[in-house]
Design a protein around this ligand. Structure first.
Ligand code: AMP
Ligand code: MG
Length: 529
């Protein structure tokens, strides 16, 4: 079955300079933005799962995505007409240090699809073989990390978090050796390829590399290209538009992180090469979801010492990353003060968005300055005992403001019981502090214009019932490793509707079981993928 022609219109290839070398070997690339590459042919492509919605957005014919050629194309064995694969050059700051050239080491762009709505969507294979940017690595990816990326990016989209999407997850039929915990125990794992989809995969690091290597002319070309291709609403590039653009990038980045904070997502590797210029969540590696609320938590074992990328620090790290982006844009702005001024807006912009988001989570019509104390006290209340963040907010929505008078602290706090991990009775101090906070909260709700019912509706529309819990990902991986893909597909469907109860899916809304507390993959992840 042939595919209905996808309409490829590869702006990146026509708008930016190409690496003249076509041979495949690791190298430093200069004065170019991409290198032409070919995906590596693999033995036995097999489709594990695909997102029908993304296929429809791309306007792929259903006869094609239901046919046998689909896996061939989306592991990279077969190119469709108009596909013209390339790997992109970028650099980045990793864990606070300039790392030089990184680039698409295992991502291969197949091209940009132009849809009938005149939207552009880049198709990108992750794990389809090495490129000039692979350095010493193999360009491949394993099933466990690919499955995590595939499901999580789709789940994030439906949670309302800006993100790259995923079209498909395929097995390659080949083995890939990985030392999952860098502890001298390499073992073969199943190789896989995800096809990711986004309006563009441009990262902060695309600008940084050009500035770091003194390629200022190309830097300007790249910025102009980005504005025209990815921010056309801002108008033709000019000194004024550069400013509006940088401000827009800062604001999008802030909004993206606030959405992470809303749903309890920890990216885990917020290096500048993993920061999308469009403010999309990109590069799902050792990310994780808060179970017990803990601002100091990071799932990434590679970062377990300094915890640079811990949950509670994501807003500040994003700021630091924007500062690096600003530094790299300096040659274009000439005066640092212009960039500084825009950067200086970030803390207030972020905290305003954060407060608004918290007011929504708590079911208030809007945030008031005097609410700040309730918010900071909530932080304390959530960490008194191990409290499941997701379940906490769903329970909170059920408590009626009018009930407060007739209930004791113990009764009130009992309404949050489901969220607590420890099955022992709560200590008196916990009851006292939590009870006090609940009373003040409910009083605040009573003063609000929203009724209990409206508050619950509002809260349940921003506080998800189903998040992609770390251990649930591992269950899907365990099944898939055995060749059973039913859970991947079940979860793909479940997370399309994360705010509404779905019958028979109660286990996915429940707390993490105790066995998963310390199991590798459930709470601890490395960068190995
Ligand atoms: P990450 O930490 O996944 O964002 O990756 C950082 C850099 O390493 C990027 O340039 C990736 O393309 C590259 N990279 C990661 N894993 C591999 C791999 N298996 N093969 C080649 N390059 C890789
Ligand atoms: Mg990356």
């Amino acid at each position: 079955m042939e595919c209905k022609e996808l309409n490829f219109f590869n702006r990146f290839l026509t708008g930016l300079p190409e690496d003249p070398i076509v041979d495949l070997y690791p190298r430093q690339v200069a004065n170019a933005s991409f290198s032409r590459v070919k995906p590596t042919h693999v033995a036995n492509p097999q489709l594990v799962a695909f997102s029908q919605e993304v296929a429809e957005e791309l306007e792929l014919a259903s006869s094609f995505y239901q046919g046998s050629r689909f896996a061939e194309v989306f592991v990279g064995n077969r190119l469709l007409k108009g596909m013209d694969p390339y790997a992109v050059r970028y650099g980045g700051h990793q864990f606070g240090h300039w790392a030089g050239q990184l680039g698409d080491g295992r991502a291969i762009n197949l091209g940009e699809v132009k849809t009938s709505k005149d939207e552009y969507l880049t198709l990108q294979l992750k794990g389809a073989g090495s490129t000039p940017y692979s350095r010493t690595a193999d360009g491949l990816a394993v099933l466990r990390s690919s499955l995590r990326e595939f499901l999580c990016s789709e789940a994030m989209h439906h949670l309302g978090v800006p993100t790259t999407r995923a079209l498909s997850l395929c097995l390659t039929g080949e083995e890939v050796v990985r030392d999952m915990f860098y502890d001298g125990n390499p073992r073969p794992e199943l190789g896989a390829v995800v096809c990711r989809v986004a309006p563009s995969f441009t990262r902060f690091g695309n600008f940084e590399i050009l500035s770091a290597s003194g390629e200022y002319e190309l830097l300007k070309t790249f910025v102009d290209f980005t504005i025209k291709a990815d921010f056309p609403e801002l108008g033709e590039p000019s000194a004024e538009v550069y400013k509006t653009w940088f401000r827009e990038v800062c604001q999008r980045t802030a909004r993206m992180v606030v959405e992470w904070m809303r749903v309890g997502f920890v990216h885990g590797v917020m290096n500048t090469d993993n920061m999308s210029i469009l403010g999309l969540t990109i590069d799902y590696g050792p990310y994780g979801w808060l179970e017990g609320y803990d601002p100091d938590w990071t799932p990434n074992t590679t970062d377990s010492q300094s915890k640079r990328y811990r949950f509670g620090q994501q807003g500040e790290v994003a700021y630091w990353n924007l500062y690096q982006l600003a530094r790299s844009l300096l040659p274009l702005f000439k005066e640092a003060s212009i960039l500084e001024e825009i950067l200086n807006e970030y803390p207030k912009y972020y905290s305003d968005r954060y407060n608004e988001m918290m007011a929504n989570k708590l079911g208030w019509a809007c945030f008031r300055v005097e609410d700040a104390e309730l918010l900071s006290d909530l932080e304390e209340v959530l960490t008194l005992v191990e409290t499941d963040m997701t379940i906490f907010y769903r329970c909170l929505a059920e408590i009626e403001a009018s009930s407060v008078e007739s209930l004791t602290d113990r009764d009130l706090v009992g309404m949050l019981e489901e969220a607590y991990y420890d099955q022992q009775p709560l200590a008196d101090t916990v009851i006292l502090k939590t009870g006090d906070w609940l009373r003040r909260y409910l009083l605040r709700c009573d003063e609000d214009i929203l009724s209990d019912v409206d508050r619950r509706v509002k809260m349940n529309s921003v506080n998800p019932l189903y998040v992609f819990r770390n251990y649930v990902a591992q269950l899907a991986i365990d099944d898939a490793d055995r060749g059973d893909f039913s859970r991947v597909n079940e979860l793909l469907e479940l997370y399309r509707n994360p705010y509404n109860e779905q019958s028979g899916k109660e286990i996915y809304a429940a707390k993490r079981p105790e066995w998963a507390r310390r199991r590798a993959g459930c709470s601890m992840l490395s960068c190995s993928s």
